[in-house]
Design a protein around this ligand. Structure first.
Ligand code: FES
Length: 260
């Protein structure tokens, strides 16, 4: 309780503030390859540079909270950790260092979770973050292969699949009634929600994956369906998706609701 509501709680708050500052101040350029996260800020704009420094200091502070949680509350008895929240503390440590762009120390924190807490609920997330670090260091092929292996074991929850997406932003092109529109959205939203949030008249009814009203054709990019009791394997192979169940896993996705 003490760890959770003091060092960890405050550390996570600081981390989230830092991430929010970055999200507010960095805009993706869709003409260039997008970064994994919004951590790269244009250095020649002084105000943005200052914001970056503020965010960085928030990440340093959240890292300090994680270190304090570990130092003050770790209960290593006969080689076994007895404090069930220590994996969370190491995760906060890894994330803070990652956003502070110190990737090797960040990797050490995630590796420690995998080594020390193999039954932790955070193991899959730690593995995914490890691959994000690989990608950050341009070991893209290695990261892709390792992520595929993690997913092929079928142990990822939907939330973890979303986390494994390289960037949270997605550019979606919708075609409805011969009208095409592009919207910037978030990969955590379903394709249908992205359409409705942008006043695009996409077809739907149940919004629960059972009626089939929201079927569209994926003509570009990749999606993952959270649930599917409507489409057959061959229809999926032909590119059909349930928009109310599909989340984007590539940075660009085109969906045509006319071509079904
Ligand atoms: S709206 Fe019914 S299946 Fe998507």
């Amino acid at each position: 309780m003490t760890t959770k509501y003091n060092y960890l709680y405050n550390g996570n708050n600081l981390l989230n503030q830092g991430k929010a500052e970055i999200n507010e101040n960095v805009f993706d350029n869709y003409w260039e390859i997008l970064p994994i996260e919004k951590t790269q800020i244009t250095e020649d704009k002084i105000n943005l540079k200052l914001k970056k420094e503020q965010s960085a200091s928030l990440f340093v502070q959240s890292e300090k909270k994680a270190v304090l949680a570990i130092q003050k509350h770790a209960m290593n008895i006969a080689g076994k950790e007895k404090n069930p929240q220590m994996d969370e503390a190491y995760f906060l440590l890894g994330e803070s260092r990652y956003y502070d762009q110190r990737f090797i120390p960040s990797l050490e924190a995630f590796n420690y979770i995998l080594f020390k807490y193999p039954t932790s609920e955070l193991v899959n997330k730690a593995k995914i973050w490890r691959e994000k670090i690989n990608a950050k260091q341009n070991y893209n092929q290695l990261a892709i292969e390792n992520l595929k292996e993690i997913e092929s074991r079928g142990r990822l929850s939907n939330e973890e699949i979303v986390i494994s997406c390289e960037s949270e932003d997605v550019l979606i092109t919708f075609t409805v009634d011969d009208f095409t529109s592009k919207v910037k959205s978030n990969k955590k939203k379903t394709i249908l929600d992205s359409a409705l949030d942008n006043d695009i008249d996409a077809p739907y009814s149940c919004n629960g994956g059972v009626c089939g009203s929201c079927i569209g054709k994926l003509t570009k990019g990749e999606v993952k369906m959270l649930n599917n009791t409507v489409l057959s394997e061959s229809e999926i192979t032909d590119g059909l998706i349930l928009a109310c169940q599909a989340i984007a896993i590539s940075d660009e996705v085109d969906v045509d609701f006319d071509d079904v």
